[in-house]
Write a protein that binds this ligand. Structure first.
Ligand code: NDP
Length: 273
């Protein structure tokens, strides 16, 4: 009998997380005896919750909303890309030290590659929260020309300090033509939408919503699809970032397509012909 490998995702809320499903699916491909639990994090106790998990033999932990920045502060050995974004979504222990990486950005790039070549594309990034911060290093690594807009303008300026390469605009004055529009706001989670000028949406090659729903279209992808845009949501990225974390922990490369199909069951897709 092989020993159980313990993993977890910590967040709040965390009940909706699809990470256990994805990692269990990956583990079955390699006959790993994996247990992946959901931990409801508490801001005041996050450090002790993480410590306890690893002291009790946990092998790896994912971090989700709203703890990616707080968890970064606890990491002893951050990866270069997590250092740039000041966020982590993947934790593990090596020689008694807490390591951290953020696989969201590379997950996005791998998913984008299913639709277009992301290298050197012009990108309009809506949002300046943790997710925007997490994906920026990977977008800049593929030489994307990134323009950021956000409802609260001060956050864009804070982002500009950490990523001097970015361009920015005011939220109410979005103009120009972009290859890719990425909605990295949490609006879709609240069933709200961010409305961009139709001409800006319609001249882009792809509208990508980082948010996803178990079924159907998010408000942003619905809006974009109605305008005739090519759209997708963040389910593919979710699987891709999980595969990167799975590789960090287990040194195994899972097949990702089957679980994407399972998660996309019942999802509608609108694509340009
Ligand atoms: P944060 O809370 O850190 O940031 C939220 C961002 O959304 C801010 O820029 C905020 O603007 C903006 N926002 C929220 N509501 C609205 C609205 N109604 N109109 C305009 N802007 C709004 O969240 P995260 O950055 O961590 O997460 C953002 C989204 O990305 C979530 O939906 C999350 O699920 C998704 N995500 C998906 C991943 C995947 O693998 N697919 C991975 C990581 C995140 P303001 O500054 O003005 O408040």
């Amino acid at each position: 009998m092989t020993s159980i490998l313990r993993f977890a995702v910590i967040g709040n809320p965390v009940n909706h997380s699809l990470s256990p499903l994805i990692h269990e699916h990956f583990a079955r491909q390699f006959f790993l005896n994996l247990q992946y639990e959901k931990l409801r994090g508490q801001e005041a106790f996050l450090e002790s919750q993480i410590q306890t998990f690893f002291q009790e033999g946990g092998k790896g932990m994912n971090v989700t909303i709203p703890f990616k920045q707080q968890a970064f502060e606890l990491v002893e050995v951050p990866s270069p890309r997590s250092l740039r974004s000041k966020t982590v979504n993947t934790l593990w222990i090596e020689e008694g030290r807490l390591y951290g990486d953020n696989t969201d950005g590379i997950g996005l790039i791998h998913d984008l590659q299913h639709y277009l070549i992301p290298q050197q594309k012009s990108v309009l990034l809506i949002g300046a929260g943790g997710a925007a911060r997490a994906i920026l290093p990977s977008l800049l690594d593929v030489n994307a020309k990134v323009t950021v807009v956000n409802r609260t303008f001060e956050k864009v300026l804070a982002l500009k300090e950490d990523f001097p390469e970015i361009h920015y605009m005011e939220f109410g004055r979005i103009e120009g033509q972009f290859d890719i529009i990425i909605n990295a706001t949490a609006a879709s989670l609240m069933q709200e939408n961010v409305f961009l000028p139709e001409i800006v949406m319609q001249t882009s090659a792809l509208c990508y919503d980082l948010s996803y729903l178990a079924q159907g279209l998010t408000p942003f992808t619905l809006y974009a699809a109605t305008l005739g845009c090519s759209v997708t949501d963040g389910l593919g990225m979710l699987v891709e970032q999980a595969a990167e974390a799975f590789f960090i922990w287990n040194k195994l490369e899972p097949n990702k397509e089957e679980i994407k199909q399972i998660l996309r069951k019942n999802q509608l897709h609108f694509k340009k012909s």
